[in-house]
Design a protein. Sequence first.
Length: 402
Amino acid sequence: MSISQSFFRDIPLAPPDPILGITDAFAADTNPKKVNLGVGVYQDGQGRIPVLRTVREAEKRWLELENSKAYLPIDGLPAYRTGVQNLLFGAEHPFVKNGQLVTAQTLGGTGGLRMGADFLKRFLPQSEIWVSSPTWENHRAVFEAAGLKVNDYPYYDPETRGLAFGKMTAALRQLPAASIVLLHACCHNPTGVDLDRGQWQELTALFKQQNLVPFIDLAYQGLAEGIEQDAFAVRTFAESGVPVVVSSSFSKSFSLYRERVGAVTLVTASADEAKRAASQLKRVIRTSYSNPSSHGAQVVALILGDAELRASWEAELADMRERILRMRSLFVQKLATKQQTRDFSFIEKQRGMFSYSGLDLPRVQRLRTEFGLYIVDSGRMCVAAMNENNIDYITDAIAKVV
C-alpha cells in the first residue's frame, strides 16, 4: 500500500556521524588486518570491549536483590546519586555533608551534558557557551539542541602538540560575565592534552574574577592519573567558591556503554539553594525522559557502596589505565625504530583513551584505503584500541605514510 501525500517527503538525508560513519566503513572493509582506531571505547589486550569482573559480580547480586520494576525517582536512584557525589568530592567533604550538591542520574554522560545545558538555558537565558577548539564532535550539537549559541576558545597548539594555555586564558578574559565555558576535567577528547594543576588553579582564579560559569565534562575519571587526582579540576573550582556544573559518565570507567549510566551535578552555595535547584532540575528531566533506567545505576551503586567491590573495581580501572599508558609508550618506541621523519614522543605526554596523532587528512585517508587503518578525519586515534597483536601493523602502516 502506498502513501500519496507523505508529511515526510521533503526531509533531507542527514550527514553521517563523523565517528559512527567510520565504524560503518570499517565494518564493510574486507581487509583481514583492518584496525578501527576511530572507535570511542576501551578495548582489552585481545581487542574486546570487556565486561568488568566487578560488574559481573554486582549484576549477580542485583539479580538476587531486585524485587520490583517500579519507576525510579525523577532524579534517579538515591544510592547512585550518593556514589557519584562521593567520587567527585569524597564522602566526608563539606559539600557532601552540608547538602550543597544536587545530583541527578542521567542517560549517560551525553544526558548529563544535555540536562545541564537545558537547566542553564532556563536560568541563564542570555548566556552563550564556549567549547574548546577542538572538542568532542557531539558537544556542539548537544548544546545547540538545548538552544545555546556555541562558540570556540583556543585550546590545542598544533605546532607544539600541546596546550595553547596563553591563548586560551586571553580569550576567556574577553568573555562577558555569566558566559558558560565547557572544560574537560581530564583525558581531553579528542587531543589527550590536559591542563596541569597549576593551570587549573590559574583558570579557577580567572573564572572567579570574570564571573564565568564552568561546565565540566568528567567522562574519564580514573583513566588519567586516578580517581582522586582526576577530580582535581572539579574540587578546585568548587572549593574556590565558584558554582560548578559537572557531567559525569561511567561508560568508560565501568565499561557500561550500552547501559547509559551518567549524571549531572550542580555545586551550590547552600543547602537551601540546592533544594531549589534540585526542584528545577527535576522539572527539566521530567519534560525530557521523565525518569532514568535502573540496571546500570544499580550496578554502579552496588559497587561504590560495597568496600570489597569498590576495591575490585579500582584495581580493574588501574589495569585499564596502565594498559593505555603501555600502549602509548610502545607506539612511540616502535614508530621511532620504523621511521625518523617525524617525532611522535608527544603521544606519551597525552593522557586518556585518545590522542591527536598530528596526521593530516590525506594521510588519514591513505591509511584507510591502503591499510584498513581507520582514524578520525582530524587525526584522532583511540590508543585504547591498540594492543600487542595489532601494534606492529598500526606502526608499520603509519611509518609508510608519514
